[in-house]
Ligand binder design. Sequence first.
Ligand code: NIG
Ligand code: FE
Length: 388
Amino acid sequence: MSVIISNIGELVTNDPADGEGELGILRDAAMVIQGDRVVWVGPSADAPEADDFYDARGRAVLPGFVDSHAHLVFAGERAEEYAARMSGQPYAAGGILTTVTATRAASDADLRANLTRLVDEMARQGTTTVECKSGYGLTAADEERAVRIASEVVDEVTFLGAHVVPGEYAHDPQTYVNLVKGEMLAACAPYARWIDVFCERGAFDPDQTREIIEAGVKAGLLPRLHANQLGHGPGVQLAVAYGAASADHCTFLSDRDVDALAGSETVATLLPGVEFSTRQPYPDARWLIEAGATVALATDCNPGSCYTSSMAFCIALAVREMKMTPAEAVWAATAGGARALRRGDVGHLTVGARADVLMLDAPSHVHLAYRPGVPQVAAVWRAGRIAW
Ligand code: NIG
Ligand code: FE
């Protein structure tokens, strides 16, 4: 079964060899999907026949968003913490424990329903690849169920037993680190591709981070790190030293951190919704881009530091607050996210890509930043099927 999408006003392929600029834009274009893949892209006038036909009527078509950082297996919410923050309370990692208590008390069915609700919410907004972390269970059994349930629903699963030290180990954090590296990792590794550590003052220090990453890598997981979110620290350097796919947050960076990222394959994943929702300064995206680092954008959707599931909102923030161009922001939210997940099949619309397609109710990708807060999704295909 093949379908042709024709009369595309602007097709963002993300391959500069296919079209204009870094987004590889084709105008008056068409695209053919066969099964779950893109099999043809080119000018509408040259398009081949297909079984089914969809008229884009001049609108823009982009790769579906790749949200490479989210925490979606949880129960409850923390609206009051947000309200207190907006009245001047600082964000502190300790709020995570409120969600841990609610998550431990929830049933599997409740966790699955909340996760599915959020992934559906993302799909409606054009996100077709989702990464989801554990980290609100913090016992071997609760972390195992988080990664197991996540693996039923999303593409990319990350074991984040090292999110914070739970209250019962507050006086003996090393015993908790040993649990994460031992029984918890063994229970979670079969369901996860990635290992993550919240390397930050108040969470895990550099030695603990090293121990946990090394154990994860030994168990066959690939590293990614929460780094330099709340202050300067060793997170980015550790991420680069371990060849992590991504260093996430990157809010407080030194010259050395930027040089390290620029000279590595580690993607700097920026999460501007967090700065928006915690009233922190935004990361210096221009510094990273001009130094030559690869930048991705993601939501960090979670009930504490940032409860948005909207990649379009993150693009608008990146453009307005971090001075990224609309093209840079759209690339970072699609191809950048794919790099941060080491995925070659998503984040672009060239022949062979998974047919993850976002059609906007707008003539160009610029409208994502130009019309903040406005729903502009006309249709979404995921792996060749209409997802919304
Ligand atoms: O990425 N930084 C650590 N973890 C999350 C916040 C989780 C929470 O506050 O519940 C983050 O911002
Ligand atoms: Fe996070």
